[in-house]
Design a protein around this ligand. Structure first.
Ligand SMILES: Nc1ncnc2c1ncn2[C@@H]1O[C@H](COP(=O)(O)OP(=O)(O)OP(=O)(O)O)[C@@H](O)[C@H]1O
Ligand SMILES: [Mg+2]
Length: 152
């Protein structure tokens, strides 16, 4: 069952410039917000890793040589499920299926391992990626706190 934003018991929206310093800011902000659901240390660490990867992609890939912003929206649902959306208005991804493959990277400098989406997928219960070249990218991740990876 798809939950709508109106069903959330609490939500937060963070909009930040796509600067590397803001990767840590976004990660800490999401973790602080999720603390109200009393997640386990592992659940919190999983979420931080996933947010870190999604935001790093906005910083590293979305805007290339120009400045830009990203928005992180966190929704908490009554059944203790969290949904985190990370959106940018950058260059977009021409082939999302390919980009999600482990080890795929467009980084020519050899600094990236192409594992960001794989990390997000493994630490969260659900990952969807929508992207339009020239318009931007939306990454939506969900996780169920309190065990059980229900995908309803
Ligand atoms: N927000 C984005 N905007 C534009 N391109 C993106 C974005 N996110 C990912 N990509 C593209 O998808 C590819 C795969 O992303 P992924 O995070 O899996 O690996 P990576 O960023 O290249 O390496 P790593 O995350 O391991 O440092 C990237 O190399 C990039 O081409
Ligand atoms: Mg990445």
């Amino acid at each position: 069952m798809k939950r709508t934003k109106q069903e959330a018991i609490n939500f937060a929206v963070f909009r930040l410039p796509a600067l590397s310093v803001n990767e840590g800011v976004a990660r800490a902000a999401v973790a602080a917000f999720c603390a109200q659901m009393a997640p386990t240390a592992t659940e919190l660490s999983d979420i931080k890793c996933a947010v870190s990867e999604a935001v790093t992609n906005c910083v590293v890939h979305a805007y290339r040589e120009r400045a830009g912003h990203f928005t992180v929206t966190v929704l908490l649902f009554p059944d203790r499920r969290v949904r985190i959306a990370v959106r940018d208005r950058g260059c977009g991804i021409p082939d999302v299926k390919k980009a999600r493959e482990p080890l795929f990277t467009t980084d020519a400098a050899g600094e990236r391992s192409g594992m960001g989406f794989t990390v997000m997928e493994s630490f969260m219960d659900k990952l969807t990626v929508r992207s339009v070249p020239g318009r931007g990218t939306l990454v939506v991740m969900e996780k169920q706190f309190g065990g059980g990876a229900k995908r309803t």
